[in-house]
Design a protein around this ligand. Structure first.
Ligand code: ADP
Length: 485
């Protein structure tokens, strides 16, 4: 099967969050399946192409209509294992600091940037002669690809047998633009109907994908249900999803178990596995306390956070209650985003340098050391499509403290019985509930036998891509067969 993956980010080339981990891992996993051929398309942002990967020009250029102008696309290429990665280049759109936004907000031309990218993917595949059975698109940035396939490219024989599968990683981000974008994107007014592209008088890239993709998936079974049946999770897409219920599947994300492996992690003081986690984690904790200037104390609970700082993640709740726990817990927070949260965590750390450390950057190495050195990992999300951080934390023996929502509910089990639990969970993103579970954690931490039992449960979990990758490939076959009819 020929699979084209179109995404706005993929690890290790460009990353702002979990989306990149997933698209990167899936392209590798799919490429190893028997009989598959995988091509990955990404935008060439400013910082892409350094380090271990040397990009080669893919030759030639082609023109992409944007409204009544044309913009030039060129491509570069790198072979990544069995995956051929193509980068769509256009300096005006992609050679700037940041991928989607600056500190001041979203780039104003995101509509153009991603309609250009989506159309360039379809033209780029033709350019290299890669006729896909499946185009797997991810989130709103590539939402126009399924729509193009069924409108502008409907009679293009190159794509006559191509099916599209769209994966929702976060339905809160939809790519909503004014109706003028419809014409910039090359659609006609006939497409501007509530069944197709129109959304409250504008155009919505996520809705475009949900209307036109052959099959739709999202990243956990619980989130699949939440976005269809609970308006506070569906963000206005419930109506569209209702029409697609029989085509919508929840497939749990996995993590790349080679990248996230405490036994071989070179960012850690010393590797550790299930048998040696006590010594390994103690060394990682000590090193982390030292690195961040915290009190070097093995008996205090070290709580880690590695996260986008966004209302979604519920970290404002942690901010409110953290001061009450500073005599028994240390907090290490790595994250950037919301300026209000950034200032508040900065102030908390400045007032309590021995017990709170805050780094407002994106730092892959420090993230590894936090997963390794923390005892608990705090993630009280208001909603969480899947969440990777809690799985990474569990693999590193840091017990996650989560809300029972989306993928957190599907991966973290807590019923008060340590032998059946691999973390801690609260029902609602609520300050009081978070306060009481942290209180419970303090008392349980002293009860080492039970604590270690939970750590072992967490570390033993199966977070690999195996089963989920199979589920995707099965869906791809179904979608491809439908196109053959
Ligand atoms: P989301 O995709 O909503 O941001 P996930 O839990 O699915 O959340 O994935 C987050 C990923 O991004 C994890 O791999 C996490 O380690 C990483 N991450 C988030 N913030 C940072 C940061 N500031 N520095 C390094 N890695 C980060």
């Amino acid at each position: 099967m020929k699979i084209l993956i179109a995404a706005s980010e993929a690890f290790p080339f460009c990353k702002t969050g979990g989306l990149a981990d997933v698209t990167g891992a899936l392209s590798q996993v799919f490429s190893r399946a028997e009989g598959s051929e995988v091509v990955l398309f990404l935008p060439r942002y400013r910082n892409v192409g350094g380090g271990a990967f040397s990009l080669k020009a893919a030759g030639g250029s082609f023109l992409i209509p944007v409204g009544n102008r044309v913009e030039t696309a060129t491509m570069s290429r790198v072979q990544w294992g069995k995956v051929a990665v193509y980068f769509i280049e256009n300096p005006k759109y992609f050679d700037r600091p940041g991928m989607y936004r600056t500190a001041g907000g979203d780039f104003e031309d995101n509509d153009e940037r991603f309609l250009f990218f989506s159309r360039a993917v379809l033209e780029g595949a033709k350019f290299i002669g890669f006729k896909p059975d499946i185009i797997h698109c991810h989130d709103w940035q590539t939402g126009l690809v399924p729509a193009y396939l069924r409108t502008l490219y409907r009679i293009d024989s190159f794509y006559a047998k191509t099916a599209s599968v769209f994966t929702i990683h976060n339905i809160a981000y939809q790519g909503m633009f004014p109706k003028e974008t419809l014409l910039k994107a090359g659609f006609s007014w006939q497409d501007f109907t509530p069944e197709r592209l129109e959304y409250y008088g504008g155009i919505n890239y996520m809705k475009a994908a949900l209307s036109f993709a052959d099959l739709v998936t999202t990243v956990s079974p619980t989130y699949a249900s939440e976005i269809q049946y609970r308006p506070e999770f569906g963000h206005g897409m419930e109506g569209v999803l209702k029409h697609r219920t029989s085509d919508l599947f929840g497939i749990l994300n996995g993590i790349d178990e080679e990248i996230w492996d405490p036994a071989t992690d070179t960012f850690l003081e010393r590797g550790y596995e299930l048998k040696s986690f006590q010594r390994g984690k103690a060394a990682a904790k000590k090193a982390l306390q030292k690195e961040l200037g915290l009190e070097e104390n093995k008996d205090v609970i070290l709580a880690g956070v590695v996260s986008r700082l966004d209302h979604q993640k519920g970290l404002d709740l942690l901010l409110k209650i953290a001061p009450e726990f500073l005599d028994k817990m240390q907090f290490v927070v790595l994250g950037s985003g919301d300026p209000g949260l950034t200032d508040a965590f900065g102030a908390l750390a400045a007032q309590n340098p021995k017990s709170v450390a805050f780094r407002s950057t994106f730092d892959e190495a420090l993230a590894h050391r936090i997963y390794g050195g923390s005892d608990i990992f705090i993630m009280p999300s208001r909603f969480e499509p899947c969440g990777l951080s809690q799985m990474i934390a569990m693999r590193y023996g840091s017990l996650p403290v989560v809300t029972r929502t989306g993928g957190l509910k599907d991966t973290v089990f807590y019923n008060g019985e340590p032998k059946d639990s691999n973390g801690f969970a609260i029902d609602n993103p609520d300050e009081g509930q978070l306060h009481s579970v942290l209180g419970h954690i303090i008392s349980l931490y002293g009860w080492r036998e039970n604590w270690n039992l939970m750590v072992k449960n967490a570390m033993r979990g199966d977070y690999a891509w195996g089963k989920s990758a199979e589920a995707y490939l099965k869906l791809f076959s179904i979608a491809a067969q439908r196109r053959q009819l």
